[in-house]
Design a protein around this ligand. Sequence first.
Ligand code: FAD
Length: 295
Amino acid sequence: MLIKDILTVGKTAVSFEFFPPKTPKGWEVLFETIADLTVLKPAYVSVTYGAGGSTRDRTHDLVTRIHEETDLEVVAHLTCVGHRFDEIKRILDRYAESGIGNILALRGDPPADKAVDGTFDGDFPYASDLVAFIRDIHPEMGIGVAGFPEGHSAVTNRLTELEHLKEKVDAGADYIVTQLFFDNRDYFDYVERCRLAGIGIPVIAGIMPITGGKNMLRMAELSPRTRFPAGLIRTVERAGTEERIEMAGTHWAAEQVRDLLDHGVPGIHLYTLNHSAATLRIGESLGLAGFDDLL
Ligand code: FAD
């Protein structure tokens, strides 16, 4: 089923994100995580892709294993930076042959140690070029794109950034999934700004629970524009130990999810980091047996 069709059902679609593990042990743990989280009945799950193709086969293997071994709908992330047209075509054809019809089309970032000297640029300057390419050669596929409520790290003009988002929508994107945020007001304002810019497609809210002090620092590094509200910093400081920070961070995320559900958002995407505990606790603290039964 295409994600755009799931999003028209009228209930909030809750989804989970995984990344392809590097080791056999990691695969084992991930499939235990997936089994644990299946109980929550997500609307779909997605699998990340290493920019430049660093996880090309592992992403493909994980996406197809989930497709074949579970009842979960699965979305394959695909980044275009560093790739040539023929490489992307091969990846898409392989997915189509395996019955995978949903792609999250991203630009990705070149690795920090690789100078952008033309060899890593590839044939796709921006994600909008990838969206247009997919629409051209696989018009049947569902396409999601990334959105940044607090601005993308490379954005120099906050007034024109949504024009670039609109280019992805005009090229054929069906829905947007946001970068993580900790203050729902940033998401609601972003959706409003999208509408003012003439972007009408669903905007799925990306939520990542803080699961420890170190984890919070890592988030800040990976997502440099993310604002950590004073209330959240106070909460983390009060909690003190890693274990208590995890409890407090998960509670914060659960409150965000509750508020988003109350506002009837079209979708909530939980960044699981391949662990089930925080996501299960969010479901539990909301009193939900599963996410399939939301109003
Ligand atoms: P784009 O939409 O191409 O935007 C990149 C930058 O270029 C933005 O600053 C944009 O404003 C600017 N821009 C766009 N078009 C133009 C134009 N025509 N002229 C000038 N400037 C322009 N990364 C991974 O490597 N693997 C993943 O699996 C992955 N999954 C993600 C999932 C989500 C939900 C999100 C939010 C991000 C994910 N990322 C992933 C990170 C993402 O690849 C990076 O943040 C990347 O820098 C931006 O990707 P994009 O698709 O938004 O790029």
